[in-house]
Design a protein around this ligand. Structure first.
Ligand code: HEM
Length: 470
């Protein structure tokens, strides 16, 4: 893609595929990102594939991908199927909105997740961190082998639900709740329907389609109840407008200019649950995957924690900024194991990016993970070296291209929950390293990447031991 000659999609290379079905049989697996990685090895960083005649361009070129992300919302949008499926489920929020509709959604949702508001939500993060700490102390005492992915999921579910609309769950302490059970029905179905070649559910409803309808109805009813309650609270107590205690209240405050309908408010609260749970908990799981294999890094996070706060947990938001090493751990885990390894775009118009001519309506898969582990961008690319993200004392700065990192997307549509997610991650990593050593209970080779709604480590089992006093 470096010389000036115009590249046409019809001339792009393609991996080997079946005559009629194209690349669909190979792609029809849960780990689609790994299939794409293999194809990048076979064909380079720009190629095309097709599924029963429908063509897709795949790009693993970070410069090209960054440019396309930055050309939104005018030049590119998300795959139109994402909006189609979410709307069909009654979800009209910032993630699936496009063009002017997206602009209308983006400002108030981004404001509701601003640094100022995350600071106001901090007591919720602390409360849930305390619960995890107590639970893991019990685990340490009983030498329990912990399914880390499940535990971290409970942590982010409880935080996200309380931050979304002030609803207290206690998934951490295994208190079952029907609300979360309904979400667990809905989330994988979104993924399944977005990637389904034929929308069978529109012609014939299987059992799981009917279960989905029931869950969607129940969630809708509960969230609309929360919207009514929050409106009432804001009317009765106008002071809340200065420091809203949850996302829904913050959104209603921002909404004074935008005038969202209740359906749009619902769409954005639902989006927050959808976008905030698995992404954050699975990123935390990948942190643990590396920490459990690097006791020397656990020690460094612990030393930092001891230097920054004397209490068990960083009980003031002001401490978070000082936890630079814990932040570097999160950053490095997301570089090696981004939970959203690819993004799906579609061109809104005939457009030329770099020297590639892209006709209107072209579907493009942005494979962002490959570049994050290439030698050209990061020295020792496959090694877990958090120091590379620190400005001082980094032995690895020879190749260090932070701009290649797309774990939170890019351009005007980058993840507005990034600050919230990082705060949750930094605090939990710091607290766990302060209190525990970790022992991986399975051979790391057997811990595989698994892509469902997002990518997580399958079979990650860890024991927690009281921290050694070194
Ligand atoms: C480690 C955790 C997280 C990761 C890795 C992550 C990643 C992403 C990515 C890759 C995108 C697509 C960005 C793009 O198209 O350029 C995105 C969008 C989004 N994320 Fe996150 N996210 C995380 C946590 C959160 C949290 C905690 C929230 C809110 C509670 C959130 C809310 C959103 C929303 C609303 C969008 C849509 C933005 C738009 O279309 O304008 N995310 N996220």
């Amino acid at each position: 893609m470096s010389d000036n000659q115009l590249i046409k999609i019809k001339n792009l290379k393609s991996p080997k595929g079946a005559f009629l079905l194209g690349h669909l049989p190979q792609f029809n697996t849960y780990n689609k990102h790994q299939v794409l990685e293999r194809w990048v090895e076979e064909c380079g960083d720009l190629f095309k594939i097709h599924f029963v005649g429908k063509e897709f361009v795949v790009s693993a070129n970070p410069d090209f991908n960054n440019k396309m992300l930055r050309l939104r919302p005018e030049g590119f949008k998300r795959f139109s199927k994402i909006d189609e499926i979410l709307k069909e489920m009654g979800v009209d929020g910032v993630f699936n909105a496009e063009g002017n509709r997206w602009k209308r959604h983006r400002k108030p949702t981004a404001e509701a997740l601003s640094v100022k508001n995350v600071k106001a939500f901090y007591p919720i993060i602390l409360d849930k961190t305390k619960s995890v700490l107590e639970k893991f102390k019990d685990y340490a005492q009983q030498k329990t082998i912990v399914d880390v992915q499940k535990e971290f999921m409970a942590f982010t579910i409880d935080i996200t639900t309380e931050i979304a609309f002030g609803h207290k769950l206690d998934t951490i302490n295994n208190k079952s709740n029907s609300f979360q059970k309904h979400l667990e029905v809905i989330f994988p179905m979104i993924n399944e329907r977005v990637t389904a070649p034929i929308p069978t559910w529109r012609y014939f409803k299987r059992k799981k389609d009917k279960t989905l309808d029931v869950s969607l109805k129940s969630i809708e009813k509960v969230i609309h109840g929360f919207i009514d309650d929050a409106k009432k609270r804001l009317t009765e107590n106008p002071k809340l407008k200065e420091q809203p205690s949850n996302f829904l209240e913050a959104l209603l405050v921002e909404n004074e200019d935008v005038n969202f309908t209740d359906e749009e408010i619902y769409g954005n609260v639902f989006t927050m649950l959808l976008a905030g749970e698995d992404t954050t908990s699975n990123s935390l799981s990948w942190c643990m995957f590396y920490l459990a294999q690097h006791p020397e890094i656990v020690m460094k996070v612990r030393e930092e924690a001891k230097a920054i706060y004397t209490e068990n947990i960083p009980d003031s938001y002001e401490y978070v900024d000082g936890l630079k090493y814990a932040h570097a751990v999160a950053q490095e885990a997301m570089r090696l194991k981004p939970t959203t390894p690819q993004l799906y775009l579609e061109s809104n118009e005939d457009i030329t990016v770099n020297n590639v001519s892209i006709p209107k309506g072209t579907s493009i898969i942005l494979q962002n993970k490959v570049a994050q582990t290439q030698d050209h961008y990061f020295s020792n690319p496959n090694d877990f070296i958090p120091q590379r993200w620190l400005t001082n004392g980094c032995p690895m700065h020879k190749n260090h291209s932070p701009n290649v990192m797309r774990a939170f997307g890019g351009g005007a549509r980058y993840c507005p929950g990034m600050h919230l997610a990082k705060t949750e991650m930094i605090v939990l990593i710091s607290v766990l390293c302060k209190h525990f050593d970790f022992k991986l209970e399975v051979n790391p080779e057997t811990i595989r990447e698994r892509f469902e709604f997002t990518m997580y480590p399958e079979n990650l089992k860890v024991t927690f031991l009281p921290a050694t006093k070194r």
